[in-house]
Design a binder for this molecule. Structure first.
Ligand SMILES: [Zn+2]
Length: 142
């Protein structure tokens, strides 16, 4: 058990079918497994490793208000990747699959040394990020 780690994250989406296709591809490529849907209608993807499990679920929005990351609520959601090459390959994957909207192609940012990220949006404009940060690399073995 990893106390304090995020256990699950649920997003409200405008069109459950469209977003399910998108998240099937994106989360599938990130190693998540689509699970049986809970509450009868919630598509859910799960990834578990070393005592931490994260599930991501989708809910049909009940209000037509579009997402705006500059209003109160979620600004963006970032996923780790293990290398710059993986970030580049994910970018190529998005373009090849014609899913999502690339907001910023892979580039280095000065947030932390070597920070390398790709930003894209889901079908509702929710901003997603894939990031490689060398500071999280496992220590080199002697
Ligand atoms: Zn970020």
């Amino acid at each position: 058990m990893q106390n304090g780690f995020i256990n699950h994250l649920d997003l409200s989406v405008a069109d459950l079918a469209i977003s399910s296709v998108f998240y099937d591809k994106v989360l599938g490529r990130l190693g998540y497994t689509r699970t049986s849907e809970y509450e009868g209608e919630v598509p859910c993807w799960v990834r578990a490793r070393a005592g931490a499990t994260l599930s991501i679920g989708l809910h049909q929005a009940r209000l037509a208000t579009p997402h705006n990351r500059y209003s109160v609520g979620l600004h963006h959601l970032a996923f780790h990747l293990g290398s710059r090459a993986q970030v580049d390959r994910f970018h190529e994957f998005l373009l090849a699959e014609r899913i999502g909207t690339v907001l910023d192609a892979p580039a280095e940012y000065d947030y932390t040394p070597g920070y390398y990220a790709l930003f894209f949006a889901d079908p509702d404009g929710i901003k997603l990020e894939l990031v490689y940060e060398p500071r999280f690399d496992p220590p080199a073995s002697a």
